[in-house]
Ligand binder design. Sequence first.
Ligand code: PEP
Length: 251
Amino acid sequence: MRQNIVAGNWKMNNTLEEGIKLAKEVSAILTANKPNCKVVLGAPFIHLTEVVKAVDSSLVGIAAQNCANKESGAYTGEISASMVKSTGATYVILGHSERRAYYGETNALLKEKTDLALANGLTPIFCIGEVLEEREANKHFEVVKNQIEEALFHLSADAFSKIVLAYEPVWAIGTGKTASPEQAQEIHAYIRKVVADKFGASVADNTSILYGGSCKASNAKELFANPDVDGGLIGGASLNAEDFYGIIAAF
Ligand code: PEP
């Protein structure tokens, strides 16, 4: 059966020292209170090697927040999937709405990044989600289907089964507005159907679909109680160990 996962996305926050401290705090809390879900920390590239060492790997996995769409070579400033893998990180967040909006990441580019992440043995946490105007125009189903179709439908069922999806309505990210449990369940069930129609019911049943967007300890329980919500991708509330644990403890 699919795994429940709570993944933090630190974004561009924390110096190296602060990142190590936070990772150690999360690991210590989880050592004392064994989680009922997989826990992942999405750290900046330069933190990866150190936060991998700072946590108990049986309790916490480490994710990069991006990787390049090229294998290696003359791409100044880029970090490849194999470089991420060499740090000991095992996940990579791909297609976050901030990457799509501020760095022009398209579904075609994300398809390349996904292929390289998988080829290097990383688990992509692949983000999808609509902006407010699309939700208001009732286009959210179409938008997420298109994102999955264009970036992931070329994969074999076996390759797709290694992907974690994160549904993140852009209007809920960092805004304090959260999708209602009903809105989350409705679209997560739809996403699972899109996956089932393409890759089969068994792959769909085994795909973890996380919710992201102003998820916090006070709303995590009712969001995660939905049958098709398998955890969360957490931004702001992952920057404090106690707040983050409050969400993990919802499982
Ligand atoms: C995110 O950026 O993935 C996110 C969900 O952010 P926040 O929890 O701060 O809304």
